[in-house]
Design a protein. Sequence first.
Length: 120
Amino acid sequence: MKLFSRVALAVVATILFSGIALAQDPKDGFSPAAQKQRVEVAEAGKAKYTGIGAGIGMGLAIVGAGVGIGLVGFAALSGIARQPEQAGTIRGTMILLAALVEGAALIAVVFCLVLALIAS
């Protein structure tokens, strides 16, 4: 498994670095006009893809919160099944943890919304 991971990492690194090397046009060199044009092209594409990233981030935050609250609920129910006399304590802890997970997800969604609004 370690060999496969190392080979996969080497392939990904090679693809990324070859893409950077191929993006540079050797005949333009480091002329100021070519650099300015590349910066303008990069700036024009930034806002378009930032909104997509913000949308994906919001979706992942909500899915993560759903999984987290599901795991908290499952653990609380199995704990109550094992020790029914501690049901009140477990339920209170479960509600607190679910609120913390939901709060973290809400903060992530707000950050993604702010990112999307700033980019547009």
